[in-house]
Design a protein. Sequence first.
Length: 355
Amino acid sequence: MNRIDGHSNNKNERKKKDDKKNRNKKRVEKPIKEKSNKKERVRKSHPLLKLIGDIILIFIITIIVLGFLFYQKMEENGGGVQGALCTIFGQSVENLDKLEPINVLVLGVSEDIGAELTDTIIVCNYNPHNQKLVMLSIPRDTFVGKSPNTAKGADKINSLYNKKDVSKTLKAVNSITGLNIKYYAIVKNTSLINIVDILGGIDFEVPIDMNYDDPTQDLHIHLSKGMQRIDGKKAEQLLRFRHNNDKTSYPSSYGDNDFGRMKTQRNFIKETIKQTLKIQNIPKARIIYNSIMENVETNIEKDIIFSYIPKAATFETENIVSLQLPGESAKLNELWFFSHFKKETKKLIQENFSE
């Protein structure tokens, strides 16, 4: 009887232990099951997260592939800055070898009341083979009339653009230089301000103190001598300065009045080219190009410009030749004109210009 009772008691104890074990097991399994269900609910309730993840992954892969293809094409085009620009502007190394020297007439136009006059006239010749850029300034008072005896204000070369007829200025410049210039680029005061500001300003050493006021043109020039950051507004003042309010001007060693102004214009253009071609501006090449083209009137076709950009990007500013039209100033009918020397001009063109 006692054995039976003992056996029964042992049996009951084992049953209790088994029940307890099962209860513990259920308690352990239950949270796992709930956690698993929770994850399933998250996945089912947020399909957008998966879509975004897929898009990001595809975007990253696309960037990698495009970067590889760009690098491959860039290497095919010779690598470096030139190779990168060839790729950006859809050119090839073969095309670069076929480029010919190009002449462009650059006109800086002041928007005075009732007229537009060319304050800046520069003939530019770029040879992509020897990487040489020649800039020849033509004084705005250059005589282009038929006879000195009947000379009048309209016989100055800067008046030919008065009616926005570029062909007259081109014809006059070609006659003076003996060149056959087909292309022109017109930069107005407002355009110049925008271009310089797009480039973030230009570091330039102003040669002298400049103080001049002309209320009729709303022109006020106040610049101090020395190295400084020239923004768009200051660039307009710098390039239009001839003399101060007290009639003093550049020193004779620099070139006074118009001669000094033309020298400053060429020097500023040189610095602008130099600072635009900095390596950090290469990725912005197309942006800079588009911005400049919005502010410059030119008859040079886009394809032609694109073809020269890769070569021009490797240009060294030490290869810039800065010249001025040979001649002298003289009074004709009580007006000051500049008369060029024909023989000296012909020799200068033959020695410096490539065609």
